[in-house]
Design a protein around this ligand. Structure first.
Ligand code: UDP
Length: 462
């Protein structure tokens, strides 16, 4: 039975969110759930972020290993894939747990001791076991939840931590129709959580044009957004060059994430592109870019797919990180929201075809929006609140707080600041958001809303 803390008091309940910055998706998922809790239960919860793998207080060896993730998926994805599969079994996860991952226990337990959280929530496959250790060492009885941030499949590391509840996208639940033995209960399905900038849904064509103008982008040219997740992976440089070379009337925005080398290279290319190429590093403005583009060209990252769907962006998926992103392209293709195009020639040919066929682009937009789950963060927030709040769970309660209206989402997005990619672990979501620098290309007030009703979104795979 979960321990109920602060019930009836005005003080917000601390929640410990464990993440790590391998890619950009884990931190954003945690931010999304924090924002949804704040929206649905204002002032009730105080989520605190902790990165026990590479944040302050983490073991040097773990920091070193974690720092290898970006270079590994960029330069030797096959090596990453081999490591992923080698560890994808219960015995292998057990071995990892008894060796390298033990080093994550202490920072997580220290954070739990300092925060006295009402629940511990893990958003990373390699922090689930540290969450359990934190409970056992520092916060006995505290519920532990895993929020799976993969889309089509779950690695064994997500599954074999002794947590109270695993929340996963439908497609990632192993064998979802199978009746479970009591010991296997504790799975719930919800979409991938996206941050509040994505809750408002896609824009109308007229709104897209206004948004592009406000971002300094051409309103008239066909606009392709290239992105490769937080690490800027997936061969973006050669694809950007091919698109610019092939078409005189296609503009490109390339989001390089934390890949500084790629950014330098594309900056040089932008200097001789006649204004057709815009390059950013790690941007805080993915929502506006996804909303105003004609197509997004990306690796099959779950976070980007979920966000693109919320913005109604057609997706051309060029690669996937072997292992955790396998199967994502097929999900998108089955929903008719995009296509897998690993070859550069095929990609260029498809862009040429779509540029001439507005109807096909619109059909993909509609399909993309149909697979969106903008309310996923709210669903997850309610599941977590249901574990720690007294009385009937909020999800089942008739007094369930209202979802944000389009107007509310617009107002928050326009003035909204977001949690820094490098905000200090241990910062509460509010503190970290207050410390956030403004986005590289802040969108216009009111531009990030969408058609009424989009926030409720029909069920879909992500
Ligand atoms: N992202 C971002 N700014 C960037 C690049 C990426 O905020 O410059 C975010 C993006 O919006 C998404 C996440 O990073 O939330 C990428 O997640 P995904 O699962 O696609 O890939 P990962 O980086 O985790 O491999």
């Amino acid at each position: 039975m979960p321990e109920i803390q602060n019930a009836g008091s005005a003080a917000p309940m601390p929640l410990l969110f464990l993440i790590s910055d391998t890619g950009g998706g884990h931190r954003n998922a945690a931010r999304a759930v924090g924002q949804a809790l704040d929206r649905i239960y204002p002032g009730r919860f105080a989520p605190v972020l902790c990165d026990p793998l590479s944040g302050p207080g983490s073991a040097r060896l773990l920091r070193w290993v974690t720092a290898l993730y970006g270079p590994a998926i960029r330069l030797a994805p096959w090596l990453w894939g081999a490591a992923y599969h080698a560890c994808n079994s219960r015995p292998a996860v057990g071995l990892l747990r008894r060796t390298l991952l033990r080093l994550a226990d202490r920072p997580a337990a220290d954070a739990a001791r300092a925060q006295r959280p009402a629940a511990i929530v893990s958003f990373h496959p390699l922090t689930g076991m540290a969450a359990v250790a934190a409970r056992d060492r520092s916060a006995p009885g505290t519920p532990v939840v895993t929020v799976v941030t993969d889309l089509a499949r779950t690695h064994a590391a997500w599954r074999y931590a002794d947590v109270d509840l695993i929340i996963a996208p439908h497609a990632a639940v192993p064998d979802p129709g199978r009746p479970r033995r009591p010991a296997e209960q504790g799975w719930a399905t919800a979409g991938l959580p996206v941050t509040r900038e994505f809750w408002g849904g896609p824009l109308l064509p007229r709104e897209r044009a206004i948004l592009r103008r406000s971002l300094g982008l051409s309103e008239n040219e066909f606009l392709v957004l290239l992105t490769g997740g937080g690490e800027g992976s997936g061969g973006m440089a050669r694809r950007t060059s091919a698109i610019l070379r092939w078409f005189a009337d296609v503009d490109v925005v390339a989001v390089c994430g934390r890949n500084a080398r790629l950014k330098r290279r594309l900056d040089r290319r932008a200097a001789r592109s006649g204004g057709r190429l815009t390059v950013t590093g790690f941007t805080r403005n993915m929502a506006d870019l996804l909303r105003c583009c004609d197509l997004v060209v990306t690796k099959a990252g779950p976070g980007t797919i979920a966000e693109a769907a919320c913005c109604g962006a057609p997706m051309l998926l060029t690669s996937h990180v072997p292992g955790q992103e396998t199967g994502n392209t097929e999900l998108v293709a089955r929903a008719a929201a995009g296509r897998g195009l690993p070859g550069v020639q095929d990609l260029v040919a498809e862009i040429g075809r779509l540029r001439e066929n507005q109807g096909a682009v619109e059909a993909m937009r509609t399909a993309s929006a149909r697979m969106s789950r903008p309310g996923a963060a709210a669903d997850i927030a309610e599941l977590i609140a249901g574990l720690v709040l007294p009385g009937p769970t909020s999800a089942a309660s008739p007094a369930r707080p209202a979802r944000p209206s389009r107007r509310q989402v617009r107002a928050e997005s326009a003035g909204g600041t977001t949690l820094s990619a490098h905000s200090p672990p241990g910062a509460t979501v509010r503190q970290a958001e207050a410390a956030e620098p403004t986005g590289a290309a802040a969108g216009p007030a009111g531009a990030t809303g969408g058609p009424a009703g989009a926030a409720g979104g029909p069920a879909g795979p992500c």
